[in-house]
Design a protein around this ligand. Structure first.
Ligand code: C5P
Length: 214
């Protein structure tokens, strides 16, 4: 293997994506956003009219669903869904699909394959399930208000409508679903370094983590 395997877990809006991208660049290894993979599956099933409750249809569709990730792009059966997976609608449905064990199992190999030359991988169960032998495990967090504020500002900066109170409610609901599910819940792994990013700049976080890895 050429580079280290570094994993970042944490709740929505903890700064994982921004930090993971920059850290990967600093370390010279690829970046893997596993949330994008779950988003792609949720978007695909939803577009086909398959709700998370319909396990029979869902399992059948999973068998013919091929997800590919590369350099920030996500494709499902060849279709580029990179933009489509970032909507408030997908935000609101993704956790329901991600809670299904068969969905998680189907995506395990794809995630592990990406780490051949080292990786900075971000998600919810990177340290506990996908890369238990990672060289460095980090749990990023921040207060719910700070995380909602970041999401809110991110949407406004993209020219989208956003209501702070609504974003806060959605962020808290998604954390609740992700932390309380039976299969691979979001939790602090015993080997993880917990890093609270409330009030810290992106650069401060990236520098501190880079030091930790080196
Ligand atoms: O990271 P992001 O917020 O884009 O993730 C979207 C959703 O995908 C999460 O709320 C969670 O339900 C699911 N997810 C997961 N396991 C991961 C990454 C994401 O269950 N490793």
């Amino acid at each position: 293997r050429r580079g280290p395997v570094v994993v970042l877990d944490g709740p929505a809006g903890s700064g994982k994506s921004t930090v993971a991208k920059l850290l990967a660049r600093a370390l010279g290894v690829p970046h893997l956003d596993t949330g994008a993979i779950y988003r792609a599956v949720a978007y695909h099933m939803d577009s086909k009219g398959i709700p998370p409750e319909d396990s029979e249809l869902l399992l059948r569709e999973l068998e013919v669903t091929r997800v590919e990730v590369s350099q920030g792009f996500v494709r499902v059966n060849g279709e580029d869904v990179t933009r489509e997976i970032r909507t408030p609608h997908v935000d609101s449905i993704v956790s329901h699909y991600a809670a299904i064990p068969a969905v998680r199992r189907a995506l395990l190999g794809l995630q592990r394959e990406q780490a051949r030359d080292g990786i900075v991988a971000e998600g919810r169960d990177m340290a506990s399930v996908v890369f238990p032998d990672a060289d460095v495990k980090v749990f990023l967090t921040a207060s719910p208000e700070e995380r909602a504020r970041r999401r809110h500002l991110e949407r406004l900066s993209k020219g989208e409508d956003s209501d702070y109170q609504q974003v806060l409610r959605q962020v808290e609901e998604r954390d609740r679903l992700d932390s309380q599910r039976e299969c691979s819940p979001l939790k602090v792994d015993e080997g993880a370094l917990v890093f609270d990013t409330t009030g810290l700049s992106v650069d401060e976080v990236v520098l501190a983590l880079e030091k930790e890895v080196r």
